[in-house]
Design a binder for this molecule. Structure first.
Ligand SMILES: Cc1ncc(COP(=O)(O)O)c(C=O)c1O
Length: 507
């Protein structure tokens, strides 16, 4: 739940040196907001009883971990005053409404009685939170705004920096993000791009892949993997998957190599790395590029090495649903090669170097500086979110085992630690997957199928000449897999509810 902390609650907490309620509001399940427009009022209240410097540092300390909601000037002007309440209280009501908060924590709930928002006393909060957690009615697949309290202050700061600087195309925020993502992925270089799709396309272009070339990849992945290969004029050569990891089968990869093969594009699907050692050996033996589609796998590891540093190029997506998502489209390519890094930077801006001189044909693959700002603000939280996802995955394992459902469905296996669970995928056999999905959706448990049709059976690839039965494991996975909510904001109680509903489906 998310609450606005009325300014008097903050003043009292500081005056009494009792930060219990503020501490409770720093939890991911009970986040607190303060109306930034009320900070001046708190400051002047505190200054009545303490020195101004002491008041200022006490306020800063008290607000650690509390998100600040700023009501824009236009919202303030559009908030009518009420004869029944102070104007700052009217603004508080408006804030609860526009930020879609669950209510306000206040010393005087009666003031808000007629406002239509929920108002609680600080000492009511623990019970309200307990009841809310216990009373699960809905499990969404994702709840992106649930993480806003953790990131809001930094996101606002970073975005304001960009807007105020007027530097919207590449520039210092993009350079900083590239540096930080490269360090996170344990590689020396990273190039910010406009999406995960463009990351793949840019990597293929930097590897000079084009008409007449073949690129081997998995048939069981998101469309962009193969779509980007086709856009260079090259041919995607599909291979089947390993049924446990859902990732490309290495023996089939070797068998698919021809004199035209220029690259292998392993996809670390759902957040678990492909078995990279034999794949790297194959690439070395046949002198092939390795272009990792790590769009779902930022932070995942293979033998202690991060995705993105396991091939020549690592391609990432910051689509909002990814473990590290922007507020729109964005992506990144990582590499260990300075030469490829320099080439990609030129290809990203139409192959232009110096200005208005073009030795190569590239594209506009630039990352938006505002997206870079958002992702920069979120990056320091990524490790915690990954750990939350891993904890949630482990909890599902335990719950499904306790529910006696492991004979009815197959749980995902972490074969190559560490899996970052962009998706938690169960398998449901005997043609029951779609019925279970329908049942869970009907019980307000969101779940999704990634992906219902393998790429070799997509209409746009019919010229490749594939038919049903060519890649049986991928076809089986497409009929059996189901993604359950596993994101960092999903609570233990929501997972218990989801498993309980799955149990009632099977009983
Ligand atoms: C495996 C895979 N490859 C590529 C992409 C493309 O990324 P984007 O949506 O950022 O273009 C995605 C994103 O969904 C993906 O999951």
């Amino acid at each position: 739940m998310q609450f606005l902390l009325h300014h008097t609650v903050i003043t009292q907490a500081i005056a009494n040196n009792d930060h219990k309620t503020l501490k409770q509001c720093q939890d991911k399940n009970s986040a607190g907001w303060v109306l930034s427009n009320s900070l001046a009022a708190i400051h002047s209240d505190l200054s009545k009883s303490m020195k101004i410097d002491a008041a200022h540092s006490a306020l800063k300390d008290a607000l650690q971990g509390i998100a600040m909601a700023s009501l824009p000037g236009i919202e303030i002007l559009n908030t009518p005053p009420s004869s029944k309440m102070d104007y700052l209280d009217s603004l508080a009501v408006r804030t609860v409404e526009v930020f879609k908060l669950n209510g306000i924590i206040t010393l005087k709930p009666e003031v808000f009685a007629a406002s239509g928002i929920r108002a609680l006393q600080p000492d009511e909060l623990p019970q309200v939170l307990k009841d809310d957690l216990a009373n699960v009615k809905k499990v969404p697949l994702l709840n992106i705004p649930a993480t806003y309290p953790q990131i809001w202050n930094n996101v606002e700061q970073e975005m304001s920096d960009v807007v105020r600087s007027g530097y919207f195309i590449l520039g210092p925020k993009v350079a900083e993000l590239e540096k930080q993502v490269a360090a996170y992925c344990q590689v020396p270089y990273a190039v910010g791009v406009s999406s995960g799709t463009d990351a793949l396309l840019l990597a293929l272009m930097a590897a000079d892949i084009g008409p007449g070339d073949e690129v081997i990849t998995s048939t069981y992945t998101f469309f962009a993997t193969a779509g980007s290969i086709v856009r260079t004029g090259a041919k995607p050569v599909f291979v089947d998957i390993d049924p446990v990891t859902f990732n490309m089968d290495i023996e089939q990869t070797e068998a698919a190599i021809t004199p035209q093969t220029k690259a292998i594009m392993p996809v670390h699907l759902y957040g678990q790395c492909v078995d990279m050692t034999p794949l790297q050996d194959l690439a070395k033996k046949h002198k092939l590029w390795v272009i990792e589609d790590a769009c779902q796998a930022i932070g995942s590891e293979f033998k202690g090495q991060r995705a993105g540093g396991l091939g020549d190029f690592g391609c990432f997506s910051f689509f909002p649903t990814k473990n590290l998502g922007g507020f729109g489209d964005a992506g990144m390519v990582t590499t260990r090669s300075m030469e490829l890094y320099e080439k990609m930077k030129v290809l990203r801006v139409h192959g232009m170097e110096p200005k208005y001189y073009h030795k190569m044909v590239g594209g506009n693959f630039r990352i938006d500086a505002l997206q870079a700002a958002v992702i920069l603000a979120k990056l320091p939280h990524l490790e915690r979110w990954v750990n939350d996802r891993r904890t949630n995955a482990q909890r599902y394992h335990t719950l499904f085992q306790q529910a006696g459902l492991t004979g009815r469905l197959t749980l995902p296996k972490e074969v190559f630690p560490r899996h970052v669970y962009n998706q938690y995928i169960i398998r449901v056999s005997d043609g029951k997957r779609d019925k279970l999905r329908e049942y869970l959706n009907g019980q307000n448990v969101a779940c999704e199928v990634y992906y219902p049709v393998p790429l070799h059976l997509q209409e746009c690839f019919k010229d490749l000449g594939h038919k049903q039965g060519d890649f049986p494991e991928a076809e089986k996975a497409a009929a059996e897999t189901l993604a359950l909510p596993v994101a960092n904001e999903v609570t233990a109680e929501q997972q218990e509810y989801a498993v309980e509903k799955a149990k009632s489906f099977f009983s």
